[in-house]
Design a protein around this ligand. Structure first.
Ligand code: C2E
Ligand code: CA
Ligand code: CA
Length: 494
């Protein structure tokens, strides 16, 4: 019995050392792996050479594969697989870290200018390759340890540069990135020219919150894009305001919040009001907005086409009313923006609107400005000729400002020149100013062009303009622009 007990105890000790202790050890390690996140654990190979040793080896192999798998998962979760730049998640993590460490940084939002076009027309393969090449250009900046680059989707990249925010340095850095990206990329023997637009926001100057910082840099980027691209802009609060107006503008067109005002035009030779200029107003909840607050923006966004179209229809209907009342020579001039003029089949559109309301082409005049047409003189010249051919008068607006040149008056197919208000200020006192306008008028007459002087506020100005042979006058002296009802009343009483 004693021998049996001794044998059992020895057997138990043997099993405990050789089997149980090793299994408990394996169990502990497996538990650590399943319950914790530490995948660096490995089982110690033992001195035995039995089934448990084989199991230990297999488990170690499994841990190894698990670790690789987990690393892969982490990479996928934090990187953009196409360009191998970090993705939005990792970027946000990095920004939080910078904030926790009280580090200043600048955030550069980059969007390629003509990428969508290339992607849509040449296919995603070319688009993808292009993105990789762009990423490669940007990656060179990461040699500086203060710079991190990420692709957050599509053709959008964000660069974060940590360090004290100094505007000069930031602008230099932005410039260098634009120059670097602005190049011809070659893919499969073809060349593609790419440019980029950039917006910059600063921490903590613009916001303490990373979502706002990204949004602000996006808004600043949008400004660069709207202003022709291949530019950078540092965010400012004004951009938010104009974005708000821009969003409201879309609804305004839908809700017909615009109203057309008419400013009478006086003809010196017959002492009559012969027509009017149509000027748009925007009635918002917070009061009336004048064109300077929204027309430049609408020109950039393209909403101007709808606005001009609305004004055109209203103007034609006013002409109809006055022709019906027997004032057959009555006309309305509208301000025609470049985008409005450049619509496909512009002549057809105008003719259709006139026909619809049975109004002759002679009742409509188009006012254009030189700065709007200067970049495509050949096209405009051809269009203006066609406009005049169907009987619509062309007015050159704001003459004497900006790009004005007599050369244009000589060559452009126009009927009337509108001399800008700025040239008429003080003509009643300033002899030089008067003689400039006089020379302009006589030159226009030599070229068989009529002259309208605008912005006339005083009787003294009217007297001088009569003296120096101006044809027509427009300005507060006769009337401010009026809503239709008041305009009609004014005209009846004049
Ligand atoms: P514009 O074509 O030169 O229009 C004349 C502007 O001078 C108008 O301003 C008018 O109210 C103002 N004005 C007229 N007489 C006087 C005066 O005696 N004294 C002074 N101080 N100002 C006078 P408004 O209506 O604010 O329009 C500003 C500009 O906005 C226009 O300049 C035109 O370029 C643009 N605009 C207005 N309506 C439209 C539109 O329907 N379509 C387009 N594309 N542009 C428009
Ligand atoms: Ca005008
Ligand atoms: Ca004008």
């Amino acid at each position: 019995m004693i021998l049996t007990i001794i044998c059992n105890v020895l057997l138990y000790i043997f099993i405990k050392i050789k089997v149980l202790a090793r299994i408990i050890n394996i169990n502990n390690v497996v538990n650590k792996v399943t319950k914790g996140t530490d995948l660096e654990i490995e089982l110690q190979n033992d001195i035995y050479n039995d089934e448990i040793s084989v199991l230990t080896g297999d488990l170690n192999k499994m841990f190894g594969r698990l670790k690789k798998y987990a690393n892969n998962l982490e990479y996928i979760g934090s990187h953009d697989l196409l360009t191998s730049l970090i993705n939005r998640n990792k970027l946000t993590e990095y920004i939080s870290e910078l904030k926790n460490n009280n580090e200043e940084f600048a955030l550069f939002f980059i969007d390629l200018d003509n990428f969508k076009n290339i992607n849509d027309t040449l296919g995603h393969n070319v688009g993808d390759e292009l993105l990789c090449q762009v990423a490669k250009e940007l990656k060179e900046y990461t040699e500086n340890e203060n710079v991190i680059i990420s692709r957050i989707g599509g053709d959008e990249f964000i660069v974060v540069r940590k360090g004290k925010n100094n505007n000069d340095e930031i602008e230099k850095f932005a410039d260098s990135m634009l120059i670097k990206l602005n190049k011809t990329y070659s893919i499969k023997n073809y060349s593609y020219k790419i440019k980029a637009s950039m917006g910059i926001s600063l921490y903590p100057q613009h916001s303490a919150d990373e979502v706002s910082l990204m949004q602000y840099s996006d808004i600043a980027m949008y400004h660069s894009k709207k202003n022709g691209g291949n530019k950078y802009n540092i965010f400012n609060k004004k951009m938010l305001e104009s974005l708000e107006i821009e969003n409201k503008l879309k609804n305004a067109i839908r809700n017909e919040e615009f109203e057309v005002y008419y400013q009478p035009i006086y003809c010196i030779s017959n002492n009559k009001i012969i027509g009017a200029e149509a000027l748009v107003r925007w009635k918002t909840e917070d009061g009336m907005l004048y064109p300077d607050k929204f027309i430049p923006l609408a020109k950039k966004t393209g909403d101007i086409v709808d606005i001009d179209m609305f004004v055109l229809r209203q103007a034609i209907s006013l002409c109809r009313e006055w022709i019906d009342k027997g004032k057959e020579q009555f006309y309305v001039s509208i301000n025609a923006s470049k985008r409005f003029l450049k619509q496909n089949n512009f002549i057809g559109i105008i003719e259709k609107e006139l026909k619809y309301q049975n109004v002759p082409t002679s009742a409509l005049k188009l006012e254009i400005t030189e700065d709007e047409i200067i970049d495509d003189a050949e096209y405009t010249e051809k269009l203006l000729k066609e406009i005049r051919k169907i009987g619509i008068g062309v007015y050159l607006d704001d003459f004497g400002t900006g790009y004005s040149s007599f050369n244009h008056i000589k060559t452009l197919p126009i009927d009337v020149v509108k001399i800008d208000r700025s040239l008429l200020i003080n003509i009643e006192e300033d002899i030089e100013a008067k003689s400039i306008v006089e020379t302009m008028i006589s030159l226009c007459h030599k070229l068989k062009l009529k002259v309208v002087c605008e912005g006339v506020e005083e009787l003294a100005q009217v007297e001088i303009l009569k003296q120096i042979n101006c044809d027509d006058i427009q300005g507060y002296y006769f009337s401010k622009p009026l809503p239709k009802k008041l305009f009609n009343k004014f005209l009846e009483e004049f």
